[in-house]
Design a protein around this ligand. Structure first.
Ligand SMILES: [Zn+2]
Ligand SMILES: [Zn+2]
Length: 106
């Protein structure tokens, strides 16, 4: 049986998460300002395809929306353009999701 060989190009779609995804994403993703938003980009920790997430919401705005001590955890999804067998119509990506910790800057 060879059903667990790593083969990123043929990775089947699966809605999964793993503690390691967040760790890897934190190490490899870059964040840059894009107007009023932030643009996170890097390789999906599951399928290794490049993905980009625009983050536009009140979490990053200065003001009352940020609860004290809230580091800004966000769940993000893989949004790669590559084909993943078994992917339902509509969603992009390989199905991987993980939590990203956003640090609001002053
Ligand atoms: Zn992918
Ligand atoms: Zn992926």
């Amino acid at each position: 049986m060879h059903d667990r060989e790593p083969a990123a190009d043929a990775l089947p779609y699966a809605e999964v998460t793993d503690d390691g995804y967040a760790v890897r994403a934190a190490e490899t993703f870059t964040v840059r300002e894009f107007g009023p938003a932030l643009l996170l980009s890097g390789d999906c920790p599951r399928c290794r395809h490049p993905v980009t997430f625009p983050v536009v919401d009140h979490v990053y705005r200065h003001g009352s929306a940020i609860p004290p001590g809230d580091p800004g955890y966000r769940t993000v999804l893989c949004t790669c353009d590559a084909e993943h067998p078994g992917r339902p119509a509509g969603p992009a990506g390989c199905g991987a999701y993980w939590t990203l910790r956003l640090e609001a800057r002053t």
